[in-house]
Design a protein around this ligand. Structure first.
Ligand SMILES: [Zn+2]
Length: 322
């Protein structure tokens, strides 16, 4: 059984931000008391220079100074594990950081930030203004109730990888890592995402099995079961950073799209790819077809979203499928 509740996010008075985000809480029969993800709007407070350690910018990053504006943070999104926020830095910001790690922002002062599936309960967003003052915003990250299945069997030892697998896997991982390192200028991160394919949700993000106390790896994306050949469209604008014409051992025909600001999508097990590396794609554009290439037991799309090294819940970006 899946329980759903919805309530509208509060709007904040900032016209450049996307429309208020629809919230979804996915509880389960096993964990009915999970608090729903929360919409957030917040403001930090300025404090005089000298009270806090300065934010150290990454020398490789361009360092715009945010245009004049309110001396507080504003943001909206899903402040929960696997979630994200989009917002505006305080006016005149020249450096931004999350928990002391530098964070880029766009020349118009917009930023994107996301929270791993296993993110801790708090994070500190800090801006250093042109005059040296610092503005902090303390973020409370709501925990989620993941689908955890406890099974009374030991973890399977797994088959010994074949020599063929060993030979191919290294270069495949190198391509995936090289693709993830591309940090392009796409503005897809600013958009409300759409579903890349329509079908039955056959696997939720974050679900996990525990084998006699030993946790297996959790499901890193969302599975959409659809007939082989079902079209896949770009959930947001981006640039194709990997298109595996020859199927990868696990991912099959893998397609990856960079949405900018460190946010990227991966589409696994495709039967066909309709785009090539370097292509600029627009939200809704036909990019691939559902298949079962690589390690898959039936035709489905596994869609995963990552920001930097954080794994995110695609459902929080799209809202429920209609
Ligand atoms: Zn999957």
């Amino acid at each position: 059984m899946t329980r759903r509740s919805r309530r509208p996010a509060r709007r904040i008075a900032l016209t450049a931000l996307p429309a208020a985000v629809v919230l979804v809480a996915l509880g389960t029969c096993a964990a009915p008391a999970v608090p729903p993800p929360r919409a957030v709007t917040a403001a930090g407070t300025a404090r005089p220079a000298g009270q806090a350690a300065p934010v150290v910018p990454d020398a490789a990053m361009p360092l715009p100074v945010a245009p004049a504006g309110p001396a507080t943070f504003s943001y909206v999104g899903e402040l929960t594990q696997g979630g994200y926020i989009r917002g505006r830095v305080p006016g005149g910001t020249r450096a931004l950081a999350i928990d002391g790690t530098a964070l880029r922002f766009a020349p118009d002062g917009s930023f994107f930030l996301a929270f791993d599936r296993d993110a801790g309960p708090a994070a500190m967003l800090s801006a250093t203004l042109g005059d040296g003052r610092r503005v902090d915003a303390s973020l409370a990250i709501a925990p989620r109730g993941w689908d955890i299945e406890y099974v009374n069997v030991g973890k399977r030892p797994g088959e010994a990888p074949s020599a063929e697998y060993e030979r191919r896997r290294g270069p495949e991982l190198a391509r995936i890592n090289a693709a993830r390192a591309i940090d392009g200028a796409s503005g897809g991160w600013r958009q409300k995402f759409i579903w890349p394919a329509i079908g039955r949700i056959s696997g939720k993000f974050g679900s996990q099995r525990v084998y006699r106390g030993e946790p297996g790896s959790y499901h890193s994306g969302i599975d959409i079961a659809g007939g082989s050949g079902t079209p896949i469209v770009a959930p947001a604008d981006g640039v194709v950073i990997l298109a595996a014409d020859a199927p990868f051992t696990l991912e099959g025909h893998l397609l990856m799209i960079d949405h900018g600001m460190g946010l990227n999508s991966a589409f696994l097990h495709c039967s066909e790819l309709e785009v090539k590396e370097g292509d600029v794609v627009h939200q809704g554009q036909f990019i691939a077809r559902i298949g079962m290439t690589g390690r898959a037991t039936g035709p489905h799309l596994h869609w995963s979203l990552k920001w930097r090294d954080r794994r995110l819940d695609p459902l929080l970006f799209t809202g429920p499928m209609r």
